[in-house]
Design a protein around this ligand. Structure first.
Ligand code: GTP
Ligand code: MG
Length: 201
């Protein structure tokens, strides 16, 4: 799939105010600064569709984008931003969780992980939370341009080994770099396959 049309629709903090349409929706979640907004821009061939920043905590709202007039892509605030105040953290967490729990149109979540880092409890817990709440998800390793091929392979294997402790069936994963446009077609084709499956019913 190629993204020929992408447009920003709305930002908000309440799931009740999300677009009232039944288009299938894909959310990008993960720690602050992991590269969610950059990945969205890469997928859409745009530089500034989603706002990015080298400072963590840039995305603060639930942002809806309409893609090819057929599906929604959602950019969420990151979790685990160390410098956010306790109240801020709680508010963010509440509306992310609320969104994931209540948004009927959500068909799939992509959980982003910085490929350079060791598995972090906050991400592993979040994966378990998604599993417990029956939200289908895949892992998207980001920033693969920062390490070499051999290291990529090792980091992925190390991560899967840790996941094996909690998961009988390992989730699907993708290796990406927004900088090098790596993983773009694979991810978009994956979304297209899910969309096709939905249309059949
Ligand atoms: P929050 O909105 O704060 O939660 O962050 P985010 O997850 O949306 O991250 P964002 O896309 O804003 O990127 C954070 C920083 O990482 C920016 O400085 C990006 O340029 C950089 N970055 C994102 N993706 C990549 C990548 O694939 N490679 C490299 N080298 N840098 C990247
Ligand atoms: Mg962001």
């Amino acid at each position: 799939m190629n993204v020929a049309h992408s447009e920003f629709l709305v930002s908000n903090t309440k799931v009740e105010n999300c677009p009232k349409s039944s288009l299938p929706e894909y959310a990008f979640i993960g720690r602050s600064n992991v590269g969610k907004s950059s990945l969205i821009n890469m997928l859409c061939n745009r530089k500034k569709l989603a706002k990015t920043s080298s400072r963590p905590g840039k995305t603060k709202l639930i942002n809806h984008f309409l893609i090819n007039k057929e599906w929604h892509l959602v950019d969420l605030p990151g979790y685990g931003y160390a410098r956010a105040s306790k109240t801020q953290k709680k508010t963010f967490q509440k509306f992310i969780i609320d969104y994931l729990n209540k948004r009927k149109e959500l068909v799939f979540a992509f959980l982003l992980i910085d490929i350079r880092h060791k598995p972090q409890p906050i991400d592993l817990d979040f994966l378990c939370w998604l599993g417990k709440h029956y939200i289908p998800f895949s892992i998207v390793f980001t920033k693969a341009d920062k390490i070499n091929e051999k290291e990529i392979e090792k980091k992925v294997l190390d991560y899967l080994k840790v996941l094996e402790q909690d998961w009988e069936i390992l989730p699907q994963y993708f290796v990406t770099s927004s900088e090098k446009k790596l993983g773009k077609d694979t991810l978009l084709n994956y979304i297209q396959q899910i969309n096709k499956g939905i249309k059949k019913f």
